[in-house]
Design a protein around this ligand. Structure first.
Ligand code: C2E
Ligand code: MG
Ligand code: MG
Ligand code: MG
Length: 286
């Protein structure tokens, strides 16, 4: 009997599952090393207005692996979430972004530029999250009003009351919030109204087909109207062409992020580029 159960268990544990589990364990072990040996870094992607003028930057984590090269977040953030490593990693990300804000505070042009930091579900719902953010702000001396936390819709649903509490606590200290990948989740409009959100970020998927798909244009228009009603700024992500940008302007969106304006890159690249930048020309006939 016991032997049969054992065999069943083994049979259930197929080679595929086994190798997936092993791969995940390997990534986890690798990440622990990476955290102490400083293999993570933040890249920054510009956010610009209609004149192509810099209005913000999103911090995006990268893993500079000694043998595998630069690894994108999709390959390790889910593992970090599943294992709990997102907690120390998330703190590192926040501290690093705050240090960047302090460095930029000395810079004649970048000193007013807010930095957006992605916060994962598990990190956000940790009971110490708000205290940790406030502690990192005071420890680094970064200006709270220049820190913008990006959260996603799915994050909000799970525990509305504690979400509102955490957000308000940080908002009262000056920290801003942006709702990332907006339109892909299931935000209830009545909830949205109760959240101290400064910004809605139109998901890349709507921008991608904007010019060919009337539904996507309609959705974007609705999001923009919603933003106006709720007094939230709107930014579009994944803007890759001038045509997309012009269509977004036509629909009433005035802030953009995407390859058209710059790939994510090291902080120094933003320094260089935005001191000597030839701005993307604004089409005047809008
Ligand atoms: P996200 O927050 O929605 O970030 C935008 C993603 O779109 C980034 O991918 C960015 O490089 C990419 N992107 C920007 N402009 C364009 C464009 O014009 N076209 C296309 N095709 N893509 C564009 P990335 O850096 O690979 O990050 C992917 C996701 O990983 C992020 O999505 C975010 O959810 C997560 N992530 C990144 N950094 C962090 C972090 O520091 N902490 C946490 N918790 N999550 C992070
Ligand atoms: Mg984001
Ligand atoms: Mg996004
Ligand atoms: Mg996304």
């Amino acid at each position: 009997q016991a032997k049969a159960a054992g065999r069943n268990t083994l049979r259930f544990f197929t080679p595929d599952l086994q190798s997936a589990a092993l791969a995940r364990a390997a990534v986890e072990a690798d990440m622990r090393v990476a955290l102490v040996s400083r293999q993570f870094l933040l890249h920054y992607q510009p956010q610009v207005d209609m004149e192509g003028k810099l209005q913000g930057a999103e911090a995006l984590i990268r893993w500079q692996h000694p043998s595998k090269g630069l690894i994108p977040p999709a390959q390790f953030i889910p593992v970090a979430e599943a294992t709990g490593l997102i907690l120390p990693l998330g703190q590192w990300i926040l501290r690093q972004a705050c240090r960047q804000l302090v460095e930029w505070s000395q810079h004649p042009y970048l000193c007013t530029i807010p930095v957006a930091v992605n916060v994962s579900v598990r990190q956000f719902h940790h009971p110490d999250f708000a205290s940790d953010v406030l502690e990192i702000l005071s420890e680094t001396g970064a200006a709270p009003h220049l820190l913008k936390l990006e959260i996603t819709e799915s994050q909000l649903i799970s525990n509305m009351e504690s979400t509102i509490y955490t957000m308000n606590r940080l908002r009262r200290k000056g920290v801003h919030f942006s709702l990332d990948d907006f339109g892909t989740g299931y935000s209830s409009l009545s909830y949205l109204k109760r959240l101290p959100l400064a910004q809605l970020k139109i998901d890349r998927s709507f921008v991608r087909d904007l010019l060919n798909d009337a539904n996507d244009a309609a959705i974007i228009k609705t999001i923009i109207a919603l933003g106006q009603t709720l007094d939230m700024h709107i930014i579009a992500e994944g803007v890759e062409t001038l045509e997309q940008r012009d269509k977004l302007i036509e629909l009433g969106c005035h802030l953009f992020q995407g390859y058209l304006f710059g790939q994510p890159g090291p902080a120094e690249a933003l320094h260089r580029e935005y001191l000597t930048r030839v701005e993307v020309p604004f089409t005047p006939d809008q």
